[in-house]
Design a protein around this ligand. Structure first.
Ligand code: ATP
Length: 260
């Protein structure tokens, strides 16, 4: 089976381990084609991060089956098939951008810093456009730059699948648009499968091949929308009536607290 293929069937999640606890996720099915850009869109608290953690092998679901290219997530993680980009960059403050980019790879290989890991980190920093900031410390980076280092840190592992948990949620609108364009470029260049979590409708439409809309209590998929806008996309697409039509359809599906 294609190693970038994700399949989840009948996923249920209850925290606390009792069958009477309120389920956070219930009977959720999801498939992600190899190389696709798929977004989980939903209101705060509907279980998006929980689902992403389950796909990434960080949480064991209470019910259901997950396969990452035919293997359980924990095995895919061991084989470095999966990279995770968290909501906050969580960079080590005493390490430079380049050293922060190396860090996961160094730990994963267990060999410490090597010429190979430095080269992988340099390439990853170049992919996110930060080759000139390699020697900067985290306090010398803007929020957008720090988030790009966090993406580079995941890319340096060269995973086949990137799981991204609302990575641009804390950025201002202009930086967020720039980051979305950069991410679309990286995805096109690398051919990775990306599962991206957001509660921002415009971001979901701009980036995705497919948007899965989630509902809350319990967390579940309520609708799947394929985005047929041509690629590559740039900011001009925001004025395209087809883009606006997708965003208004998605807004209708979401609870009122969702934001564009
Ligand atoms: N470790 C945990 N123990 C208990 N409950 C948890 C745990 N992690 C998440 N939850 C609960 O699960 C529900 C879903 O949380 P989750 O973070 O997955 O939602 P989300 O859709 O990603 O939210 P947001 O958009 O605000 O990040 C919430 O009610 C949350 O309180």
């Amino acid at each position: 089976m294609e190693s970038r293929f994700i399949s989840a069937h009948g996923i249920g999640m209850r925290f606390g381990g009792t069958s009477t606890a309120q389920p956070v996720l219930e009977a959720l099915d999801l498939t992600v084609a190899p190389g696709a850009f798929v977004t989980l869109l939903g209101p705060s608290g509907c279980g998006k991060s929980t689902l992403l953690k389950i796909l990434g092998g960080l949480l064991e679901p209470t019910d259901g089956e997950i396969s990452i290219g035919g293997r359980p997530p924990s095995e895919a993680v061991d084989r470095r098939q999966i990279g995770l980009v968290p909501q906050r960059p969580a960079l080590l403050p005493w390490k430079t951008a380049l050293q922060n980019t190396c860090v996961l790879r160094d730990v994963a290989t267990g060999k410490g810093r090597s010429a190979e890991s430095l080269r992988a980190a340099e390439n990853a920093l170049a992919l996110v456009g930060l080759q000139d900031a390699a020697d900067k410390l985290p306090h010398q980076l803007s929020g957008g730059m720090a988030q790009r280092v966090s993406i580079a840190r995941a890319l340096a592992m060269d995973p086949e699948i990137l799981l991204m948990d609302e990575p641009f949620g804390a950025l201002d609108a202009i930086t967020r648009d720039e980051m979305n364009e950069k991410l679309a470029e990286i995805w096109a260049q690398t051919g990775k499968t990306i599962v991206f979590v957001t509660h921002a409708i415009g971001e979901a439409v701009f980036l995705s091949d497919t948007v899965h809309v989630m509902g809350a209590d319990p967390g579940r998929l309520v609708k799947t929308l394929d985005i047929a806008l041509p690629r590559p996309r740039d900011r001009d697409v925001f004025d395209d009536p087809v883009f606006t039509d997708y965003t208004s359809r998605l807004r209708d599906l979401l609870e009122p607290k969702a934001t564009v």
